[in-house]
Design a protein around this ligand. Structure first.
Ligand code: CMC
Length: 427
């Protein structure tokens, strides 16, 4: 017999079905709770609430497992190819050679921005945060592609996905070049995804950027490791906005805004600032960890802790290794890596972090890799967004095709003033 959960409220009891996921996870289906009992559930920050069923990504936070469409992320490390993983996430299977070639061709074909869009960059101050520009420009894409507002079949989503995944690189690099007052560099159709991005970032009209294979692989892997993480804050935002049937561009622009915050994607910037503070001698690693444990200080050990992972974050393990290899292969030394290793060592032996199960997360080492590649700190969260985009698209599309999907609309528990009909209002 299928498992049921029994809820007792006073004299009455109610049965609710239990759904079992592919990996044995159990969820009590309470979608009829209010209709049947008059009660709602209270779950601030959704720590216990599965907002949907999804077939894209599996995480086991207790065992440090992350899989995309069933494939362990470690398997992507041998021959990292971000475009292949983007396809996998969105369409559910690894691409055939023909599918890959066609998709890669679309990415090349759509890399340019409409010339009209370039004028938008000019309107932003040089000091504009690149995440603000990114969100605005992704939203602006919906003005230039009204034909992609309604997506109903896989050809249409493929076209929209290719445009977005391709153009986000161009927007990101133009945002960077605008902030430096540098001329925009057009995409080069002969270059593949990651090399083309680095070309638009770092080439000059008179000097072509030469992309090292080590850098190419490290960046491909970094983007892959950011590509999806099931119902995180920004992906849930994309799904929330998409649930109103807002178009893909508008939904992803909202995802960029959610990602920006320092508790989410913005943490990679905060980590670098924390490491820099220590490097400049303003505070020792020991003092920093002490401060992060002090509830009154408001300081956190940035790049540590995760809502879902209660043992190691497998992305951090891989990225820590990549940071070391990349620096070694480039023949460079970065004191920030030593500081990060020292902070990790102190925290992992400290009862505060052990009891709360706080481990390095994806943002702890990513900045050291980005820095070695030459990406400036204010672009770090933009790099996270480029990586996360295929995940957002996959979730938007999964929800869009779900015939049972409804507009997302949480309930609340009202705790404000009771009825007040006698207040005197100023007219
Ligand atoms: N440093 C010090 N204490 C921490 C930290 C930290 N990094 N993270 C959590 N804690 C403490 C927290 O103070 C609380 O202690 P207590 O029980 O005594 O009140 C306990 O651990 C539980 O923390 P929480 O804030 O309730 O946990 P959460 O699941 O709501 O938050 C988190 C998860 C990632 C926002 C949080 O761990 C954090 O702020 N980490 C630092 C920011 C960061 O690295 N964010 C990137 C997350 S991974 C990538 C991404 O999602 O974008």
């Amino acid at each position: 017999m299928a498992e049921q959960a029994t809820l007792t409220l006073g004299e009455s009891s109610y049965e609710f079905p239990v759904h079992v996921g592919t990996e044995g996870e159990r969820a009590i289906d309470i979608r009829n709770l209010r209709t049947r009992t008059g009660y709602v559930t209270l779950d601030p920050a959704f720590g216990n609430t599965a907002s949907c069923e999804s077939a894209i990504t599996f995480i086991d936070g207790e065992r440090g497992i992350l899989r995309y469409r069933g494939i362990p992320i470690e398997q992507f490390a041998a021959r990292p190819n971000f475009v292949e993983v983007a396809w996998l996430l969105i369409f559910g299977h690894l691409p055939t050679q023909a599918e890959y070639d066609a998709f890669a061709g679309d990415l090349t074909a759509h890399a340019n921005l409409d010339e009209g869009m370039k004028h938008h960059f000019e309107g932003f101050p040089r000091t504009a945060p690149p995440m603000a520009i990114l969100s605005a420009m992704i939203n602006a894409l919906s003005c230039f592609h009204p034909e992609l507002h309604e997506l109903e079949d896989s050809d249409q989503i493929r076209e929209a996905a290719a445009r977005l995944i391709s153009k986000i690189r161009t927007i990101a690099s133009y945002a960077y070049r605008h902030s430096r007052g540098l001329p925009y560099i057009y995409p080069d159709p002969h270059l593949r995804y990651v090399q083309n991005f680095l070309h638009m970032m770092f080439s000059d009209p008179y000097r072509q950027y030469e992309c090292d294979a080590t850098v190419r692989d490290a960046l491909n892997l970094l983007l892959i490791l950011h590509a999806d993480h099931e119902q995180n804050c920004s992906t849930s935002t994309v799904r929330m906005v998409g649930s109103s049937q807002a178009n893909l561009f508008a939904s992803c622009a909202a995802g960029v805004c959610a990602l920006w915050g320092p508790l989410h994607g913005g943490a990679n910037v905060e980590v670098l600032q924390m490491l820099e503070q220590i490097r400049r001698g303003r505070i020792t690693p020991e003092e920093y960890v002490k401060l992060a444990k002090d509830g009154d200080s408001k300081v956190r050990l940035m790049g540590f802790g995760h809502r879902v992972y209660k043992s190691f974050d497998p992305r951090a393990t891989i990225l820590g290794g990549v940071a070391e290899q990349l620096l070694a292969q480039l023949g460079r030394d970065d004191p920030l890596l030593d500081i990060a290793r020292r902070l990790e060592e102190i925290a992992l032996e400290d009862p505060y972090f052990i009891e709360r199960k706080l481990y390095p997360n994806v943002d702890f080492y990513s900045g050291i890799i980005l820095r070695a590649i030459g990406i400036p700190t204010n672009m770090f969260t933009v790099m996270f967004a480029i990586g996360r985009l295929p995940g957002w698209i996959a979730h938007w599309w999964e929800q869009h095709r779900d015939t049972g999907s409804r507009i997302a609309r949480p309930r609340q528990l009202y705790v404000g003033p009771a009825l007040n009909e006698t207040a005197s209002l100023s007219s």
